[in-house]
Design a protein around this ligand. Structure first.
Ligand code: HEC
Ligand code: HEC
Ligand code: HEC
Ligand code: HEC
Length: 490
C-alpha cells in the first residue's frame, strides 16, 4: 500500500528553468512591533521549551533499539529516524546543488539574500533544522514533532507518565488535529520558529525551484518510515482485545488532519496579512526587513494563473459567480470541508473563502482570520460522516469535487483512500479490499504526473499537464459503485 501514498503525487510541474523577472517582494519575518498574528498566542508557550537534540533520545535502552524488532516500534525510533527518515537529512539537503541553485536564483532578484550559502540562510533553516549551531546538522529531529524535551526528558521515563495526563510540552501527536498542525508548520508554512526564523515558502521560492508544498496527514504519515504503531490501522489478528477496541477511525483521522492542515494554512495567511499591513508603514519594520505585497501567490490555486489545457471546460470560467479570472485560494485546503467539519463550521469557512476571493487583491482582516481559525479550534465531533453508509459517503465525496480541478480530484482520492482504510478496519473481505485497492490505484494513476528523466536526473517538478478529467470522473464513479456494493457492517 505504501507506494499508493508517495507525496510525489503532489510534486507540481511548472519547470524549474528560467526564473522570470517579475520578482515579488521578499517576505520578512513579522515585525517585532506588529501585534502577534492571531494564532500565535494560542500555540506558542510563553517560554520556548529547551531543545536537547536527538542525541538525548539515542541510548539503546531508550529509542535506539534494533529496528528489526517491531513489537515496540518506539524503542527503535531513533534508529529508524537516523537511518531511514528523510527528516534526518533535511539540513544536509541545504548543502546540495538544488539548494544552491534556489538561493542563487533568489539572490539574483533580492539582495537581502546576500552571498551566504543555503545552510546559513535564515529563510531556509527554520524548516530544515530543528536546532541551531552544533545541533543543526541533526536536521528535523525528534523535538520538531514531539516538542522541546527540556521539561519532559526525565519525567517521561517515569511510571505513570502517560496515564497521569502529563505533557510538560510533549506534543500529543496521537491527535490528528494537533499532529497535522505540527507537520504543516513546515509542510505548509506558518509562524516563525520560537527563535525567530521564518517558515514560509513563497512563490518566489517556488519560481526559484523549491518543491511545491502540499500536505495531507494520512499520505505523508504513510510515506514516512514509521517508528510508531499505526493506531488508525486495524489491529493485526491476535492483538489484545483492548487494542482492537481502540482502533480509531481512519476517516476521522482524514477529517481531523484536513482541519489541522487548514488551521496551519490560515495561520500562514494571517502571517502574510500581518506582513502586508507593514507595507503601509515600512519605517516600522526592523532593519533589513521588507514588507510583503499581498497577495502572496503561493496561497492561491497555482492553476488560476498557470492554466492547464482542459478542452472540455471554459478555462476562464470561475465557479460561484466570481468574476472571470479570479484567482482562487488553494483548492486542496477547501475541497470537501463539509465532510471534514460539522456543517456550521463548513458554512462559516466557505463564507470566509468567498469573501477573500471576492477581494483577492486585499489581505483579509485580522478579525476575519481570527473567526475562521476559531471555528476550526472549537470543533467537537468529526463531521456528518457517522450516520451514513460507505456508499453514501463515497457519493458525497465525489459529488463534492469538480473532477476537472486537479487539486479537488486529489482531495477526493485521499478521502476515498481513508474510507477504504475504514472499510478494511470494519472487516472488509480480502476480495473487497483488493477491489478497493485496485480502484484507488487506477484513480491515482489518472492523477499522477508523468515523470521525466533528463541527463540522469528525475525532474523534481512536474505538472498534471496530461491530466484527463474525463478519465478521473470515470474512476471516481467506479469507486463509488465499489463502496456502494459493500455490505453494511456495524
Ligand atoms: C516552510 C518551510 C520551508 C522553508 C522556509 C524552506 N523549505 Fe525547503 N522544503 C520544505 C519541505 C517541507 C520540503 C519537502 C517537500 C516535500 O517533499 O513534500 C522541502 C524540500 C526542499 C528541497 C528538496 C530536497 C530534496 O530532497 O529533494 C530543497 C533543495 C529545499 N527544500 C531547499 C530549501 C531552501 C534553499 C530554502 C531557503 C531558500 C528552503 N528550502 C526553505 C520546507 C521548507
Ligand atoms: C516528522 C515528525 C517526527 C519526528 C522527527 C519524530 N517523530 Fe516520533 N512520532 C511521530 C508520530 C507522527 C508518531 C505517532 C504518534 C501516535 O500515533 O501516537 C510518533 C511516535 C513516536 C513514539 C511512540 C511510538 C509508539 O507507537 O509506541 C516514540 C517513542 C517516538 N515517536 C520517538 C521519537 C524519537 C526518539 C525521535 C527522534 C529520534 C522521533 N520520534 C522523531 C512523529 C515524529
Ligand atoms: C521542522 C519542519 C518539519 C516538520 C515539523 C515536519 N517535516 Fe516533514 N519534512 C521537512 C523537510 C524540510 C523535508 C525535506 C527533507 C528532504 O528532502 O531531505 C521533509 C520531508 C518529509 C517527507 C518526505 C517527502 C518526500 O518527498 O519524500 C515526509 C513523508 C514528511 N516530511 C512527513 C512529515 C510528517 C508526517 C510530519 C509530521 C508528523 C512532518 N513531516 C513534520 C520538514 C518538516
Ligand atoms: C496570481 C497568479 C499566480 C499564482 C496563483 C501562481 N503563480 Fe506561479 N507564476 C506567476 C507569474 C506571473 C510567474 C512569472 C513571474 C515569477 O516568476 O514570479 C510565475 C512563475 C512561476 C514559476 C517559475 C516558472 C519559470 O519557468 O520560471 C513557478 C515554478 C511557479 N510560478 C509555480 C507556482 C506554483 C507551484 C503555484 C501554486 C502554489 C503558483 N505558481 C501560483 C503567477 C502565479
Amino acid at each position: 500500500m505504501g507506494r499508493l501514498h508517495t507525496p510525489a503525487l503532489w510534486a507540481l510541474l511548472l519547470g524549474i528553468a528560467g526564473v522570470a523577472a517579475l520578482a515579488m517582494f521578499r517576505r520578512a519575518p513579522p515585525s517585532a512591533a506588529a501585534p502577534a498574528p492571531v494564532a500565535m498566542q494560542a500555540r506558542r508557550p510563553a517560554q520556548p521549551r529547551a531543545l536537547l537534540g536527538a542525541g538525548s533520545c539515542s541510548s539503546s535502552g531508550c529509542h535506539a533499539g534494533d529496528p528489526a524488532e517491531t513489537q515496540h516500534p518506539g524503542r527503535s525510533a531513533y534508529s529508524v529516524w537516523a537511518t531511514r527518515d528523510r527528516h534526518a537529512r533535511a539540513e544536509q539537503v541545504l548543502h546540495e546543488p538544488l539548494a544552491e541553485k534556489i538561493v542563487a536564483a533568489l539572490a539574483r532578484q533580492d539582495r537581502a539574500f546576500g552571498q551566504e550559502p543555503a545552510y546559513a540562510q535564515r529563510a531556509c533553516i527554520g524548516c530544515h533544522a530543528t536546532a541551531r549551531d552544533a545541533l543543526a546538522s541533526d536536521g528535523v529531529s525528534c523535538e520538531s514533532c514531539h516538542g522541546g524535551a527540556g521539561d519532559w526528558l526525565v519525567a517521561h521515563t517515569l511510571p505513570g507518565w502517560r496515564t497521569a495526563g502529563n505533557t510538560l510540552g510533549m506534543v500529543d501527536l496521537a491527535d490528528p488535529f494537533t499532529c497535522a498542525q505540527v507537520c504543516a508548520e513546515c509542510h505548509v508554512g506558518g509562524l516563525p520558529t520560537a527563535d525567530g526564523f521564518p517558515r514560509e515558502v513563497t512563490h518566489d521560492f517556488l519560481a526559484a525551484g523549491h518543491p511545491r508544498l502540499a500536505f495531507e496527514l494520512r499520505s505523508y504519515k504513510a510515506a514516512e518510515p514509521p517508528h510508531w504503531r499505526d493506531r488508525f490501522a486495524g489491529a493485526p489478528s491476535g492483538a489484545a482485545a483492548d487494542d482492537l477496541n481502540a482502533v480509531p477511525d481512519p476517516f476521522v483521522e482524514w477529517a481531523l488532519g484536513r482541519r489541522g492542515t487548514l488551521h496551519a494554512y490560515l495561520t500562514l495567511l494571517s502571517v502574510q496579512a500581518e506582513r502586508s499591513a507593514g507595507a503601509d508603514r515600512p519605517a516600522e519594520l526592523p532593519a533589513g526587513h521588507q514588507p510583503l505585497a499581498w497577495p502572496e501567490f503561493a496561497a492561491f490555486d497555482c492553476y488560476s494563473c498557470h492554466r492547464l489545457p482542459l478542452p472540455h471546460k471554459d478555462p476562464l470560467a470561475s465557479p460561484g459567480g466570481l468574476p472571470p479570472g479570479t484567482p482562487r485560494l488553494e483548492p486542496l485546503q477547501w475541497a470537501l470541508l463539509d465532510l471534514a467539519t460539522p456543517a456550521e463550521q463548513a458554512a462559516e469557512l466557505a463564507r470566509f473563502r468567498e469573501a477573500v476571493e471576492r477581494q483577492w487583491w486585499r489581505a483579509p482582516s485580522a478579525e476575519m482570520l481570527q473567526a475562521a481559525l476559531k471555528s476550526l479550534e472549537h470543533t467537537a465531533g468529526p463531521s456528518k460522516a457517522e450516520p451514513e453508509t460507505a456508499g453514501q459517503l463515497a457519493q458525497s465525496v465525489v459529488a463534492g469535487v469538480d473532477p476537472a480541478i486537479w487539486n479537488e480530484a486529489a482531495a477526493a482520492f485521499q478521502a476515498l483512500d481513508a474510507l477504504s482504510a475504514r472499510a478494511e478496519s470494519a472487516g472488509a473481505s480480502a476480495t473487497e479490499s483488493a477491489a478497493l485497492q485496485t480502484g484507488l490505484k487506477r484513480l491515482r494513476a489518472a492523477l499522477e504526473f508523468t515523470t521525466e528523466e533528463r541527463s540522469g536526473h528525475r525532474l523534481q517538478f512536474n505538472s498534471p499537464h496530461q491530466f484527463d478529467a474525463g478519465l478521473v470522473a470515470q474512476e471516481l464513479d467506479r469507486l463509488v459503485k465499489l463502496f456502494e456494493s459493500l455490505p453494511d457492517r456495524p
